[in-house]
Ligand binder design. Structure first.
Ligand code: BJ8
Length: 422
């Protein structure tokens, strides 16, 4: 911890305020994770990463930067990590899932902005997150309006490149996204001083695909009748996926999956008699475990997340058959354009995904969780509900923020929904 203090001071962090954030974390970890029964032993790695979330990975990034390495901070599942790693850089997620950062964000943004966006700004300007201090360049993207405007504000304080994400999925949009990826290549080459060669890109496509495959394996194991791991633990893993070293992370997920396969064979379940729930909606950035905790302490078990801290992050591999840089970039573009975010129009494929995943994971019901003031996901909730109802899948739509003010009310509604599932 002493070394961490020095590192945080060197990073120009607000130590006094950061201490307040550190004080609440152990309690939250105890309440949410350690209170669960019968956890897989291989969660030890992810518990360790979480327990020292502002120390372990940041110290690796600090060492990397001392050797001249460059760190790129990202905010969205559409930003292709392959390209950053291929230039010898490191990509790290800069998502923000804590209420702690929201008041800081409200100094710059209207209060009726999505908490995720407010937390992004609070984490930067309050100087209480080492990842936000470490990243040499931020990579934004034109997804929702709130994020677009927030990037303008962040860009006053840190170098920031915005990728212009198309909002439709016509053929020309796939070409345009490939073009944007080529621009990103130019940016990362300039910042790192390294060329993105076809060899390096091919290697990193494989590396990130391997990480996706590990997550896919984990998610498929949750489809078993006997659920070998809780949704809360799986959510933590998906959150860590955004910033851990990709190879080490994939190895640890596969190690966990070996144990889970054995659990399935032995009939070990963390959820006997519980109702299977699929969660869909807005992303749950670390340390936002609110909804999973509520569901899993109310007689449910989360068996799948159709979110960006879930299937949207890892489904579909990048085609590895590209030979030239252009072919590889187009293959990367095609894979990322397959993500079905509500910022696209139309976005009916997301509802298709929810129905498919609900069936595959044998969900008893779907809970659509929307972060307050996120219009696009909120609006999609209605058509999603209609689709689920047409398929005979019970549906509950909820809206929330990062505070605990509504926890009791949400617990009552979730409890009633689960009871209704019979
Ligand atoms: S691909 S979901 S990570 S944009 S910030 S849209 S919650 S109002 S995060 Fe996202 Fe990329 Fe899409 Fe995924 Fe709404 Fe808030 Fe906007 Fe949000």
């Amino acid at each position: 911890m002493a070394d961490n203090q020095k590192m945080w001071a060197d990073l120009g962090m607000n130590l006094e305020m950061h201490d307040m954030l550190c004080e609440v974390l152990p309690g939250a970890i105890g309440d949410v994770f350690m209170s669960q029964e019968n956890r897989p032993a291989a969660m030890d790695y992810f518990d360790m990463v979480l327990a020292d979330v502002h120390g372990l990975r940041p110290s690796e990034l600090v060492e990397f930067r001392k050797k001249g390495g460059k760190v790129f901070g990202t905010f969205c599942a559409y930003v292709p990590d392959e390209v950053i790693f291929a230039a010898g850089g490191i990509a790290t997620g800069l998502c923000a899932g804590s209420q702690f950062w929201v008041p800081g964000g409200e100094r710059y943004l209207p209060a009726n902005t999505c908490p995720l966006i407010k937390a992004m700004l609070g984490a930067r300007f309050d100087k209480t997150c080492p990842f936000y201090r470490l990243a040499d360049v931020y990579i934004g993207e034109t997804t929702c309006d709130g994020k677009k405007k927030a990037y303008e504000i962040l860009a006053t304080d840190v170098p920031l490149h915005v990728m212009d994400l198309p909002q439709m999925k016509r053929e020309k949009d796939y070409v345009k996204w490939a073009d944007e990826i080529k621009d990103l290549i130019k940016v990362v080459e300039k910042v790192t001083g390294n060329k993105v060669t076809p060899e390096a890109l091919a290697e990193n496509i494989k590396k990130i695909n391997a990480k996706r495959a590990a997550l896919e394996r984990l998610y498929k194991l949750r489809r078993n009748e006997c659920v070998p791991i809780s949704g809360t633990d799986t959510l933590l893993i998906s959150q860590i996926a955004y910033y851990d070293d990709p190879e080490r992370f994939a190895a640890q997920v596969n190690r966990l999956c070996d144990e889970l396969e054995q659990r399935v064979k032995d009939g070990v379940s963390v959820a006997k008699g519980k109702k299977r729930i699929l969660i869909t909606g807005t992303p749950m950035a670390i340390p936002n475990w609110k909804m999973h905790n509520l569901v899993e302490t109310s007689g449910g078990v989360v068996v799948c997340e159709e979110t960006c801290t879930g299937t949207r992050y890892f489904e579909n591999q990048v085609d590895e058959s590209g030979k030239t840089l252009d072919e590889m970039v187009q293959n990367i573009a095609n894979r990322y354009m397959g993500i079905n975010c509500a910022c696209f129009t139309p976005n009916t494929a997301r509802a298709d995904d929810v129905i498919r995943l609900a069936k595959d994971s044998k969900a008893d019901g779907v809970i659509d969780v929307n972060l307050m003031f996120c219009q696009t996901y909120d609006i999609e909730g209605r058509s999603l509900e209609e689709r689920c109802k047409a398929e005979g899948i019970p549906f509950l739509g909820l809206e929330t923020d990062y505070t605990d003010n509504d926890a009791q009310q949400l617990k009552t509604r979730i409890g009633a929904f689960i009871e209704m599932l019979g």
